[in-house]
Design a protein around this ligand. Structure first.
Ligand code: NAD
Length: 430
C-alpha cells in the first residue's frame, strides 16, 4: 500500500479582529449607535486562556493552549464553536466571538456570542490523543461553559465526535442529579448522544438556502450555474451537496492541501467519498486536474463559496474574481479592502453572519430539544430552519434596500440595533 504524503498549504495571516472591528464601526456610525453601548460592544466580556497537559500515545506529556472568549451575553447564553487549528489565538477567538454575537442577534436567537479552541494542528495527533486533549481542555474550561452559560459547538477541525467527548467529560464532573439534565452543554452532538437530526448539514443547507433566496430575488435560475468551493469540510461539502441537487455544477475545490478543477463538473458525492478515503484531502481526485492555489478565486464561475478560514479573499485576489456572487460559508473570509473592490465591481456578497447562520440556528433547535425533552424529525428541523433563515434574509434585503447599503452593513445594522435596544431597555447596573 502506498501512503500519500499530504503537504499543507502555507497558513494564511488571520487579522480577523481588525476586520470585524471595521465592519462593526461602519454599521455603528451609520445608525449613530449610542456611544455608551458602543463602548460595551467593542470589547469582550470574558477571556479565558488555559494551558493544560495531555498524554501522548508514546507516554510523553505535551502542554496545549486553549481559548474561550465570551464577547456578549445580553441576549442570552454565550454561543459559539471550538476550533482546533494552528492559527487559533486570542485575537482570532475575539474576532470569531464578536461575529457570533452579531450572528445570533441577527437570527433573533436568545443567545450571545463566544468562540474558542486549541492552538494545534490536529493532523499531527492520533484519534486517541485528540480525545485526551479534548477531555483535558473541557476539564480546564470547567464551569466557564454550561448549558445556560456558554454552549460550544463544532467548528474547523472539530465535529460531532469532539462534542460527544466534551459532553461526556463535562457530565463526569457533575453530581448524579445534574448529569441527565446537562445534555445541552454542547450542540452538534451525534444524534445517538443527544444531538439533533439535521444539525450536521444545517450550516451548509443554510448557505445553500441563502443562495437560493438571493437567486429568487434576482430572478436567477441556479440550474447549470458554475460554483467553486474553498474548504470541503462540513460546511463546504453540504453546501455543494444541496447546490448540486438544485442543478448547479461544482467546477473547482480548494482545501488545506491544494486546489482541483474540472470545467465540465466535479461530482460532489464522488469527491466526498474520495476525500474521506484520502485523509480528508481532495488532492489527486481522478475527475479533475490540479491547479495553482493562486488561480483559484479567479476561475471562471458564477458563485464562490469560501468555506474554510478567515481573510482568504483579499485585495490581492479580489480584482481577479469573475463570479457575481460570493456566499460566505466561512466566518470572515473576505477582508474589508477586498469587499470594497468587490462591491465596486458589482459583485454581491451574502455576509457570513447571515449566510452561515443555519449552523447556529440548527444548534438552537438541538438545545431546545434537549432542554424540553423533545425529539424532532429531520423534516421538522429543515422546515423550521428554512422559515427562520428566510425571515432573516428578507430583513437583511429590506434593510439593504431601504438604507441603500450592502448586505453585510444591513446585517450588522439589524444585529447591533437589537443589542442597542436591549441595553436601552434594561439600563446599566448600577
Ligand atoms: P471543517 O474542519 O469541517 O472543514 C474545513 C475545510 O477547510 C477542510 O476541507 C480543510 O481542508 C479546509 N481548509 C483548511 N485550511 C485551509 C486553507 N488554508 N485553504 C483552503 N482550505 C482550507 O470546518 P467547517 O466546520 O466546515 O468550517 C468551515 C468554516 O465555516 C469556518 O470558517 C467555520 O468557522 C465556518 N462555520 C462553520 C459552522 C459549522 O457548523 N461547522 C457554522 C458556521 C460557520
Amino acid at each position: 500500500m502506498t501512503t500519500r504524503i499530504l503537504k499543507k498549504k502555507k497558513l494564511p495571516k488571520q487579522g480577523m479582529l481588525d476586520n470585524v472591528m471595521r465592519q462593526f464601526d461602519h454599521a455603528a456610525d451609520i445608525i449613530d449607535l449610542n456611544p455608551n453601548i458602543r463602548k460595551i460592544l467593542e470589547v469582550t466580556n470574558n477571556e479565558l486562556v488555559v494551558h493544560f497537559p495531555a498524554r501522548m500515545d508514546d507516554g510523553a506529556v505535551e502542554v496545549f493552549t486553549g481559548y474561550r472568549v465570551q464577547h456578549n451575553n445580553s441576549l442570552g447564553p454565550y454561543k459559539g464553536g471550538l476550533r482546533y487549528h494552528p492559527t487559533v489565538d486570542i485575537d482570532a477567538a475575539r474576532a470569531l466571538a464578536m461575529w457570533m454575537t452579531w450572528k445570533t442577534a441577527l437570527a433573533g436567537l436568545p443567545y450571545g456570542g463566544a468562540k474558542g479552541g486549541i492552538q494545534l494542528d490536529p493532523t499531527k495527533y492520533s484519534n486517541s490523543e485528540l480525545e485526551r486533549i479534548t477531555r483535558r481542555f473541557t476539564y480546564a474550561l470547567g464551569d466557564n461553559i454550561g448549558p445556560e452559560l456558554d454552549i460550544p459547538a463544532p467548528d474547523v477541525n472539530t465535529n460531532a465526535q469532539t462534542m460527544a467527548w466534551i459532553l461526556d467529560t463535562y457530565m463526569s464532573t457533575k453530581s448524579p442529579a445534574e448529569r441527565s439534565t446537562n445534555l445541552h452543554v454542547v450542540t452538534g452532538k451525534p444524534v445517538g448522544a443527544g444531538g439533533s437530526e439535521g444539525r450536521d448539514r444545517a450550516t451548509g443547507y443554510g448557505v445553500f438556502l441563502t443562495i437560493k433566496f438571493w437567486a429568487e430575488n434576482k430572478k436567477v435560475d441556479l440550474k447549470d450555474k458554475k460554483f467553486i468551493v474553498q474548504g470541503f469540510g462540513n460546511v463546504g461539502y453540504w453546501a455543494a451537496h444541496f447546490l448540486e441537487k438544485e442543478g448547479a455544477v461544482l467546477t473547482a475545490v480548494q482545501d488545506a492541501y491544494g486546489s482541483i478543477a474540472n470545467a465540465n463538473g466535479i461530482s460532489v458525492e464522488t469527491l466526498f467519498e474520495y476525500s474521506v478515503a484520502n485523509k480528508g484531502s481532495i488532492l489527486g481526485f481522478s475527475g479533475s486536474h490540479t491547479i495553482d492555489n493562486a488561480d483559484f478565486f479567479g476561475l471562471d464561475c458564477d458563485i464562490i463559496i469560501p468555506a474554510a478560514l478567515g481573510n482568504q479573499i483579499t485585495a490581492e485576489n479580489a480584482q481577479r474574481i469573475r463570479a457575481y456572487l460570493i456566499a460566505e460559508g466561512a466566518n470572515g473570509p473576505t477582508d474589508v479592502e477586498a469587499e470594497e473592490i468587490l462591491l465596486k465591481k458589482g459583485i454581491d456578497i451574502i455576509p457570513d453572519i447571515l449566510c452561515n447562520s443555519g449552523g447556529v440556528i440548527g444548534s438552537y433547535f438541538e438545545w431546545l430539544q434537549n432542554r424540553n425533552g423533545e425529539i424532532w424529525t429531520l423534516e421538522e428541523v429543515m422546515q423550521k430552519l428554512e422559515k427562520k433563515l428566510r425571515e432573516s434574509f428578507i430583513r437583511v434585503s429590506e434593510t439593504s434596500e431601504n438604507r441603500k447599503v450592502d448586505m453585510r452593513t444591513a446585517a450588522f445594522i439589524i444585529a447591533i440595533g437589537r443589542l442597542e435596544e436591549t441595553y436601552v431597555q434594561r439600563g446599566i447596573f448600577p
